[in-house]
Design a protein around this ligand. Structure first.
Ligand code: N01
Length: 536
């Protein structure tokens, strides 16, 4: 229930959420002299990194890339310690940026936005929170994140469990010590894959419940090479500019050859060389790995063999080996000692592919009539991705149309930035934008800059309302689908298509056409009088 309502505050803009997207958007809007306030459910900035404090949480984009690129000074004065930054270090970075830009004075923490309702007569959004705030603003910018609405499946008996339960995406701040405990981990996506080796190192007994084996590549994390750190201190801005001009939006050197341009020996050497580098470099081994099934099969088989080499028990290795989707079509994982963990005598893999969890009892988890008795259950069961955080807010546009109604058949946006029928509402990394398929920091900067330029344009031209046209939105949705269908991505039951949430419409949500292509489309739209938008 909402707290007592305060008198309305009139502002130019409201930003919802202060992960890396909301932080930068707030900075941009304020820098242009707009009156703006940001609301954040957490007690601090950091977004997904604020919530995902599970053991082993670590970014799988290299740390030098997973930082803002809008300020040479901010980049130069920060030093990462490891190739892949751990969650606490990313939180320190978020704190460093928040202090540097003095962001917190315009952020209200511990506050969840509950509704955003557009009034056509006044052309203003009324935004309300669970703390009783009422803000009336011209622009409402949703920086709610792609993976922020965590979900625990509705297992029968879930609430009867007598031990402790945790979700990786909502982890206790004080941490959890599993020493001497019998633990169940349900889920083997990125969060499961990262946390399982660390939980195994503490627990007396660990059961991992796996519905779908995922492909995981070795991160080969380690301390940063001091020479590279110095090189990046000098050259980061240039490297970032080059990355922004690529479709992967990353520093990785993609190979432009086809798998079939080379013979088997050369292919094996290249796969091996990229495997040895660690990280996602392996996926860029050849240009057709993600869009030609025969090419993907070769890469997939290489990884399967690696799994078989690491896991001692051939039956366990078989269960861990993905066979029902091409490599990379479910979000790839990066790990440290994930497969090795299954060689430990106190770790058991429980296959639930064809025999789902029957129920949870007060003592544990039941599969095929067998009760696995545990003291704690970790749900590494993921998120209602891309749309969940938006749809949990009561968002109403013109004519009282709710976003839920509008997106009944799946999300529809123009450029992943705007929704027809919802004027002056912007979504940072909304569905239909590259978002989760690229380095998300680049994605949030590009979106925030585009939104800022758009608002500048409106103010310079005496315009007060911008709205995506339905035709343009329809064409964009078709284009997003066409691009996805050129790839292997739609073949997997992934969260990219909403398959992890029962009843969610199956729509490929991110834009797979490449970061640079997308950026150029956005620039072209703006340069052509905001083509596809109506302005008044
Ligand atoms: O969630 P997931 P996640 N019964 O959805 C299983 C980012 N991320 O939190 O595959 C049994 O990937 C589900 O099984 P299935 C990254 O983008 C990044 O791990 O649906 N099992 C799956 O195994 C990532 O992709 C980082 O068959 C059930 C697991 O739970 C995204 O966040 C770190 C089930 C959920 O995996 C989400 O990752 C962590 C059920 N009813 C996350 N329902 C880094 O930067 C679900 N599952 C490293």
């Amino acid at each position: 229930m909402n707290a007592h309502k305060a008198a309305p505050l009139h502002l130019d803009a409201v930003v919802v959420g202060t992960g890396f997207g909301g932080m930068y958007m707030l900075h941009r809007l304020r820098g242009r002299g707009l009156t703006v306030k940001a609301f954040e459910t957490g007690k601090d900035v950091g977004g997904t990194w604020y919530w995902n404090r599970y053991p082993g949480a670590r970014c799988d984009v290299e740390s030098v890339e997973y930082q803002y690129g809008f300020s040479a000074e901010i980049a130069r004065d920060w030093t990462w310690s490891e190739r892949y930054a751990c969650q606490p270090e990313i939180m320190k970075y978020a704190d460093y940026v928040a202090k540097r830009l003095d962001l917190r004075k315009d952020i209200q923490f511990n506050t969840r936005v509950t509704s955003a309702i557009y009034d056509e007569a006044s052309q203003r959004w009324t935004v309300e929170t669970d703390q009783g705030d009422v803000v009336i603003a011209q622009f409402c910018i949703m920086a709610t994140g792609c993976l922020s609405a965590s979900r625990v499946p509705d297992f029968e008996g879930r609430d009867t469990f007598a031990g402790d339960t945790y979700h990786t995406g909502n982890w206790p701040h004080e941490g959890v010590d599993f020493t001497g405990k019998r633990v169940a981990v349900i889920g083997t996506g990125s969060s499961g894959v990262q946390s399982i080796p660390i939980i195994a190192a503490q627990a007396e007994r660990l059961f991992v419940f796996q519905r779908t084996p995922n492909f995981s590549l070795p991160a080969l994390n380690g301390p940063m090479d001091p020479a590279y750190v110095e090189d990046m201190r000098e050259n980061f801005m240039a490297a970032r500019a080059r990355a922004r001009a690529t479709n992967s939006g990353s520093f990785m050197q993609a190979n432009d050859q086809s798998v079939f341009d080379v013979d088997e020996e050369e292919r094996r050497r290249n796969f091996e060389m990229r495997w040895e580098k660690g990280g996602f470099a392996f996926v860029t081994s050849y240009k057709d790995v993600m869009n030609k099934l025969e090419a993907n099969k070769l890469a997939s088989e290489f990884v399967r063999n690696k799994i078989r080499q690491v896991v001692d028990d051939p039956k366990v290795a078989d269960l861990l080996t993905p066979t029902n989707h091409p490599l990379g079509t479910k979000r790839l994982c990066l790990d440290t000692n994930y497969y090795q963990t299954y060689n430990l005598p106190h770790v058991s893999l429980v296959d639930i592919a064809d025999r789902p969890i029957e129920r949870i009892t007060s003592a544990g988890v039941v599969v095929a009539g067998e009760e696995y008795k545990v003291d704690a259950i970790v749900f590494a069961t993921g998120f209602d991705a891309m749309t969940g955080a938006l749809l949990r807010i009561d968002i109403r546009g013109k004519g009282g149309l709710t976003l839920q109604e509008k997106w009944e058949g799946g999300p529809r946006t123009y450029l992943g930035l705007a929704v027809s029928g919802f004027p002056n509402l912007f979504t940072i990394t909304g569905p239909g934008s590259p978002s989760v398929l690229v380095n998300v920091i680049i994605a949030v900067e590009q979106h925030s800059d585009w939104i800022m330029d758009c608002i500048d344009h409106m103010r310079a031209n005496g315009l007060s309302v911008i709205e995506a046209e339905t035709d343009a939105e329809d064409r964009w949705v078709d284009h997003v689908n066409e691009k996805a269908d050129e790839t292997l991505y739609p073949m997997a039951d992934s969260w990219y298509v909403g398959a992890n949430v029962p009843g969610k419409p199956r729509v490929f949500m991110p834009y797979v056409g490449g970061f640079a292509n997308y950026d150029n489309i956005c620039k072209d739209v703006a340069a052509n009088g905001y083509r596809g938008f109506s302005l008044a």
